[in-house]
Design a protein around this ligand. Sequence first.
Ligand code: B12
Length: 180
Amino acid sequence: MTIATRSKKQITVNIMSSAINTNKNHENTSASNSAKTTIIIGVIGADCHAVGNKILANVLGRLGFNVVNLGVMVTQDEYIDAAIEHGAQAILVSSIYGHGEIDCKGMRERCDERGVSDMILYVGGNLVIGKKDFADVKVLFTEMGYDRVFAPSDDLEEVAEFLTMDVENKQSANQQWIVA
Ligand code: B12
């Protein structure tokens, strides 16, 4: 086994052992609380698929985000409550069981109603039932107001890069607005 293979295996073992730990509401999985960007994650609706959520929390925490993990079966208002409570810059919604279209609809409008119109909204997972062209899925969720839409196989390091870029853009847009 090469060093490269061994370290990849070790990372997988670490992630999987984290995935079987008991989940708690508002669990904070970041390496350090001083991380600048706070994100809210959770699995929406009646969806109880827990493994991907734990992996997301673990990986994004290790990549330097302050992750507030709401776990599974999260309502739209619970995400927004947590985002307001923790001063989060982004909400990452997961949907795995195929009912994403129903559960995720109205989230952008709810953010507007709750006074957090500039919240960055990402969504990912198995968003619709069965096999559908992902380009169509992307259009569907973008039209609902999600800033970015991710397939299950998308690279989480790239997700982190998008997050950093979108947060920076949001902050500079807010600063321009204050100056103007
Ligand atoms: C384990 C499992 C279960 C377990 C869940 C146990 C648990 N508590 O976790 C049980 C048996 C309970 C279950 C139940 C059901 N399941 Co199930 N389940 C699975 C299975 C086999 C594995 C899921 C998993 O852990 N994957 C591994 C993780 C790592 O992947 P992931 O969840 O996709 O998450 C990754 C990505 O999606 C991505 N991601 C996720 N969210 C987000 C968000 C953002 C913003 C980003 C960037 C990325 C991202 O990152 C994650 C980490 O890499 C899958 C099949 C499969 N092979 O995927 C079916 C599957 C997800 N289940 C399915 C279904 C239909 C169901 C049920 C509705 C079945 C039923 N009729 O009862 C119920 C739903 C129950 C409920 N209320 O949620 C379907 C969903 C079909 C669809 N979406 O079209 C699947 C795909 C099986 C299939 N091929 O039909 N299930």
